[in-house]
Structure formats: structure tokens, C-alpha cells
Design a binder for this molecule. Structure first.
Ligand code: AMP
Ligand code: MG
Length: 495
């Protein structure tokens, strides 16, 4: 697939802003993996946020990235030398229904760079205009969701959770039309790749086993070089997914739209649309306005992760065996690894959060009972664990009887360990963030930026979130949950 080439964009000169160290591997795969295209020109690109530390890590000079010519590249108005823009083909199950063709409808992969740590990373523009995969969409993104993805993806990274990163946010000077006219923007997203469960499904649905094999080989070379074969690859993807979802639960993250096209094969959190962090602990929490059934509620994420891995197994079956029954048997056998791995990761994380250094059989009950108390009392999840470590959690409960009874058990359990209080406290502070991107804070930062052009609150919130474990008195209010008037929160798909 190719775009009509009536619009040809200026190519950057071989010096200065145009010189990005691209080394593109996905574009060497057959043409049916993507569509070549050039991003659409935008009117008046303006850089509103640049991630300088990430730029340096990618081997890019932040000063050069801020130059007007580079900003045009980050808005898709100009093409850097060595960039071979492509929109990736993929399919996916959306809310359980299979859609055989989705693809990058509003994103282009500019190319790949090998970062200073030797890792190959995709540089992608999101919101850069229509592609052959846009269907009825306009290919654009509004400033709000772009800033939201920037804040939350970088917060996830700071929390130590595998994620795509945000390199830059640029406003386009054009309006995008949703329910109202909104300022348009482009996010530069950095990922270890943009290959999804849905990418495998795209070829499986077409019976294209040759493409499946090429894709799997590419994924092994790029993300799982130690994998001994396709079965092993599948199990390693499962292991990373199980670990990822456990990490989400441990910080109260709700992805919101865990469709198989939004599941990265590399095990990174990807596609920050209606995602949000839970305040009061309740496993049924859903923020997304389109998730009517609560399919992607906080507490359903582990199960959905397994469902998504089952869909990956189905797609990979032709790689396991020519005999369908045998392939199915192998896929099922591998899939059985998901649940125990998830359970182990979650329990290890809960032990860290509770300051337990050793393992005992009834730790899981101890953790679950604490969560039940938070659920019963509508207690803030993040604050409860943080203040447990500080010895002030009791103050969170109006009626502390249940907490007191539980705390006695917890103290008995911890007292049996050799570590002293200071050690436990430090370990708990390192496991339990004090600052998360709370919805009311994110909304306030976005509306100041969008409605008043005031990026102060956005910058301050970003500064808070890049060090989520380090208490800073000047930011004390950022640790607080919303008051009642701020808590009926809804999120919308990042369009
Ligand atoms: P998402 O739910 O954001 O992961 O997107 C699902 C599919 O819709 C993907 O194929 C996207 O590329 C596509 N899509 C989302 N928003 C737009 C848009 N504004 N224009 C074109 N395609 C879009
Ligand atoms: Mg998506």
C-alpha cells in the first residue's frame, strides 16, 4: 500500500536538524507489513514539551531538537534524512470482537535508532495525519490526550514500569474536530517496538504463515534473542505480560483499553488512551467512558491479560506445528504458565509493599485482608501503603478497629524478621510511591495548558512525577487524593 504522492514534503539537509541516526529494520520486512507514506503537513508547529534526558539517551542533541527545523520534523512537516516513514499494519480484538484490519490510523513510524544503551527504539509520530489505515478517522490527535500520554507514560517510566516513552509534544496550529474544535498536537512516542499481539493476528487472519514466521523471527532478534524457538518466544512474551500487569496492579494503574492491538509484544505499556490511576481501592474501578461492561476494570486486568495471551497463542499456532491439534495442545500448555507467573509477580510486589523480606505461606492472606479493609473503607490505595511504611496509616481510617486488628497481625509478622525498623521503612518507601498522576491533578494541568496556554501546572506536575518515591515537602498536596467534588472521574479514548 502506498499513499498518493501529490504532496511531497521537504527533505531535511544532511546537516544539523536532519541528521538523526536512523537504522530502520521493520521497513526491510515485506511491503505487506506496512504502508509507506509521508506525514501530512501541518500549519504552525510549536514545541510545547521536550524530554531532554530521553533525547540524550537516544543520542539526539536536545538543543538541536528545539530548533525550528527539528520541530517541523517532530510535527511531521519535514522528513529527517534517513527517515522512511511507514504506518504499520495490525489487526486486533476490540472489546472482544475481532477486527481483521486496524493499523496505524494516526501514527507514522519515522524510523528506528539504536540508543546509547544499545537498544533499538522506534521513533513514532502520533497524531500526524491520515494513513491508509485511518478508516473514518482524521489521523489527528488533540492537545489534551497528547499531554496526558506524555505525563502518564513518563510517570510510569519513573515508577519503574516498562512503557513507551514520550520524547516531545508539538502543537500543530490546526484544529481537530471532536465534540468541539480542539487544538491539534503531535506526540513523539519512543518504544522498543510497536509490534503488538494484533500484528500477529493480522497475518494469522490472512493465513499468511510466511509473514508470521518473518514477524516472529524479527521479534526474536529484536526483543527475545535468548528464545530457543517459537514456543519459547510465546512463553517469554507471556512472562513479560504477566509481570507487566502485576506491576500495573501494584501502583493502581488501569490501562482502560486492553484490546489486543494495544498489547505490546515487547511487554511495554502502550497506548495511553483512557488509562487512569485508581484513588480509593476498589477492584471494580473503571474510568473509561466507553467501557460499559467494566471489561477492563482494575481487578479484571490479570484475567484479560491471560485472554489476550490466548489470542496470541491462537495466532502463533501455525508456527508451533503443522498439525492443528498438536499446535493447539502446545499453545494451551504454554498458556498455562501465565496465571502462576502473574501470581508470583504480584505476590512478590505485595511483599515489597508490605515491607516483608521473607516468604511465608499466609502472606497472601495478610495482603488480601489489607486490601479488603481498604475496599471496605474507601481508603486511598497509594496513601495507605505509603503511610503504612511511615507508621501513620491508622489516621486514614475514621473507624480504625479493622485496621488495628490487621496491623497487629502485620507487626507480629514483621517482628519475626531480622531486619530493623529503619531498614523496613526505607524498603517500603522505595516500593510505595508517594506521588502518582492523580486524575484531578492531571486534569487541572491539562486545562491550564489548553484553556489558558499556561504550562506552569503541567511542568510542575511533571517535575513531581519524575521522582515518585522521593518525598518533597513543597509538593505535599500532590500526595493527596481528590476531595469528594473531584472524584467522579471519566476518561475518554485518546482521540
Ligand atoms: P486506539 O483505540 O486508540 O488504540 O485505536 C484503535 C484504532 O483506531 C487504531 O487502528 C488507531 O490507529 C485508530 N484510530 C484511533 N484514532 C484515530 C484517528 N483520530 N484517526 C484515524 N485512526 C484512528
Ligand atoms: Mg491502539
Amino acid at each position: 500500500m502506498t499513499m498518493p504522492d501529490e504532496m511531497s514534503l521537504p527533505r531535511a539537509a544532511s546537516t544539523g536538524a536532519g541528521r538523526w541516526p536512523f537504522d530502520n529494520s521493520y521497513g526491510r520486512l515485506p511491503e505487506r507489513f506496512y504502508a509507506r507514506l509521508e506525514p501530512t503537513a501541518v500549519s504552525a508547529p510549536r514545541l510545547v514539551k521536550l524530554n531532554r534526558p530521553l533525547a540524550l539517551q537516544l543520542g539526539l542533541d536536545p538543543e538541536v531538537l528545539a530548533l525550528p527545523e527539528s520541530v517541523e520534523i517532530l510535527a511531521g512537516k519535514r522528513i529527517a534524512e534517513g527517515s522512511e516513514p511507514i504506518a504499520l499494519a495490525y489487526a486486533g480484538h476490540q472489546f472482544g470482537n475481532f477486527v481483521p484490519q486496524l493499523g496505524d490510523g494516526r501514527a507514522v513510524l519515522l524510523g528506528e535508532v539504536v540508543d546509547t544503551g544499545g537498544t533499538r527504539r522506534d521513533i513514532q509520530l502520533k497524531g500526524s495525519g491520515p494513513t491508509p489505515f485511518s478508516r473514518r478517522g482524521d489521523g489527528r490527535a488533540a492537545l489534551g490526550p497528547v499531554l496526558r500520554e506524555y505525563l502518564i507514560s513518563e510517570a510510569m517510566h519513573a515508577l519503574g514500569i516498562p512503557t513507551t516513552r514520550s520524547l516531545a509534544a508539538v502543537t500543530t496550529g490546526d484544529l481537530v474536530y471532536r465534540e468541539t474544535a480542539l487544538p491539534g498536537a503531535v506526540l513523539t512516542r519512543v518504544a522498543s517496538s510497536h509490534i503488538r499481539v494484533g500484528t500477529f493476528q493480522f497475518f494469522a487472519a490472512r493465513g499468511d504463515v510466511e509473514a508470521l514466521r518473518l514477524l516472529a523471527d524479527h521479534v526474536i532478534a529484536r526483543h527475545y534473542p535468548e528464545a530457543s524457538g517459537y514456543r519459547d518466544l510465546y512463553e517469554q512474551v507471556i512472562a513479560r505480560q504477566a509481570a507487566l500487569i502485576a506491576r500495573w496492579l501494584l501502583v493502581g494503574f488501569i490501562h482502560g483499553v486492553m484490546n489486543t492491538d494495544n498489547v505490546s509484544i515487547a511487554g511495554e505499556t502502550i497506548d495511553y488512551g483512557p488509562c487512569a490511576f485508581m484513588d480509593a481501592y476498589n477492584p471494580e474501578t473503571v474510568f473509561s467512558s466507553i467501557d460499559h461492561q467494566g471489561r477492563y476494570a482494575y481487578g479484571r486486568q490479570p484475567q484479560i491479560g491471560g485472554w489476550n495471551m490466548a489470542r496470541l497463542g491462537e495466532a502463533m499456532m501455525p508456527l508451533f506445528s503443522d498439525d492443528q491439534d498438536e499446535a493447539l495442545r502446545q499453545a494451551n500448555e504454554s498458556l498455562q504458565t501465565y496465571q502462576p507467573l502473574f501470581g508470583r509477580e504480584l505476590m512478590a510486589g505485595l511483599r515489597r509493599k508490605l515491607g516483608l523480606f521473607t516468604e511465608q505461606e499466609d502472606d497472601s492472606e495478610l495482603a488480601q485482608d489489607f486490601l479488603n479493609i481498604l475496599n471496605d473503607h474507601g481508603t486511598d490505595f497509594t496513601q495507605a501503603f505509603r503511610r503504612l511504611g511511615e507508621g501513620t496509616a491508622r489516621g486514614l481510617f475514621e473507624e480504625p478497629a479493622a485496621f488495628d486488628a490487621w496491623a497487629t497481625r502485620w507487626r507480629t509478622r514483621t517482628a519475626a524478621e531480622p531486619q530493623d525498623e529503619a531498614t523496613r521503612r526505607a524498603a517500603m518507601q522505595a516500593a510505595n510511591p508517594i506521588y502518582i498522576p492523580r486524575n484531578h491533578r492531571v486534569e487541572a494541568a491539562l486545562s491550564a495548558a489548553i484553556e489558558d496556554g499556561d504550562y506552569g501546572p503541567f511542568e510542575e506536575l511533571q517535575a513531581v512525577l519524575v521522582k515518585p518515591f522521593e518525598e518533597r515537602p513543597e509538593f505535599a498536596t500532590y500526595a493527596e487524593p481528590p476531595d469528594a467534588s473531584q472524584s467522579a472521574y471519566r476518561t475518554f479514548c485518546g482521540t
